[in-house]
Design a protein around this ligand. Structure first.
Ligand SMILES: [Fe+2]
Length: 345
């Protein structure tokens, strides 16, 4: 596995780059806006294609690099379903998996530091965000933090991982880079408590100042969605009601861009075809399915995904490839559900 731990000195944030091979797909965890140039350069140097950018939670101490990376690489953005970020491409929940070629992360909901905190687990390591730090734990005094929930996340979830599991946190302020579950259980001063009450009391008496960046970072990190209005202004967006009227029409092909896991979980618009977002470019080539549907079969393509992010990006690619009748469902399946559009499993 290709694994890089990158550091942002200003916010003491660790960012992780994962891939299974040179020339393949990559995933990044907790990217920092000011470091995006460096990530893009490193991706190029390692011959990697960034396909997913994940934030473990909505950060208060730095501005996320999620939307800048999406603009630069067309990657998919991922956060938890509880996140207050306006639009992310995929919202995960406990028990999901986040997959790229050769790497599959287990998703564990570990609230407490915030109510949208997640940990991402590989067989030998865990990315704990700010839930569990090295010899510390993330503060629980703002952003719907909850010391009792954090106690459950740490003792009920993370401490149940094998002892030798490597712990990679989102921050370190002392220069430590990695720990293990066993090490933290024994030596983390915050974990030397006998009860949830004792932990809650300890966390209530930390009296920490607010992060310097908080007033800037939190609002910025809540507005990371791709401006679907840009696509709408060009007249390329369809409302859910407009798409409803296209259902069953022979000269229209609805294209679902989501992953199999999302389709299975949330259902599909009846009659739609499946082309996963990462395969769109390939399918726009002369012998690709999307090209064939549009050119040979004369169909109007209508893309959709979960929230309209991936479909807006796919639509721009299709338009750039000359498929001028292509459109997308503004707001994605969420808008479809709100409009009580039919779904099949
Ligand atoms: Fe945090």
């Amino acid at each position: 596995m290709i694994f890089r731990q990158l550091f942002d000195q200003t916010s003491s944030t660790y960012t992780y780059l994962l891939a299974s091979r040179h020339g393949g797909e990559a995933l990044i965890i907790d990217p920092v806006l000011e470091r995006v140039d460096r990530y893009v350069q490193l991706l190029k140097e390692l011959d990697l294609r960034l396909v997913k950018a994940v934030d473990t939670h909505l950060h208060a101490d730095h501005i996320t690099g999620l939307d800048a990376l999406r603009e630069r690489t067309n990657c998919i953005t991922v956060m938890g379903e509880q996140s207050k970020a306006d639009v992310v491409s995929i919202r995960v929940r406990d028990g999901d998996r986040v997959d790229i070629e050769g790497v599959s992360l287990d998703v564990a909901y570990t609230p407490g530091h915030t109510d949208d905190s997640y940990s991402y687990i590989l067989p030998d390591r865990v990315f704990t965000g700010d839930t569990l730090l090295i010899r510390g734990t993330g503060r629980t005094d703002f952003q719907n933090g909850d010391a009792r929930a954090q106690y459950d996340s740490i003792f009920g979830r993370l401490m149940k991982l094998p002892d030798e599991t490597l712990v990679y946190p989102a921050h370190d302020y002392k220069g430590d880079t990695v720990s293990t579950i066993a090490e933290e259980r024994t030596f983390n001063p915050r974990l030397q408590v006998k009860s949830v009450d004792e932990y809650a009391e300890l966390m209530a008496n930390l009296n920490l100042p607010n992060p310097k960046m908080m007033d800037v970072a939190v609002p910025a990190n809540m507005r990371i969605g791709l401006a679907q209005n840009i696509v709408a202004d060009r007249g390329w967006a369809l409302t859910a009601d407009e798409v409803k009227r296209l259902l069953g029409q022979k000269d229209v092909a609805l294209i679902d861009l989501r992953e199999a896991q999302e389709r299975h979980r949330d259902g599909v618009i009846p009659g739609s075809l499946h082309v996963a977002y990462p395969d769109v470019q390939e399918n726009l080539q002369s012998d690709g399915l999307l090209r064939q549907l549009a050119d040979a079969a004369g169909k109007q393509l209508v893309f959709y995904c979960a929230y309209g992010e991936r479909s807006a990006m796919a639509l721009q690619a299709a338009q750039a490839a000359g498929l001028t009748t292509a459109r997308h469902l503004h707001g994605g399946l969420q808008a479809w559900k709100n409009a009580e559009g039919p779904l099949s499993s």
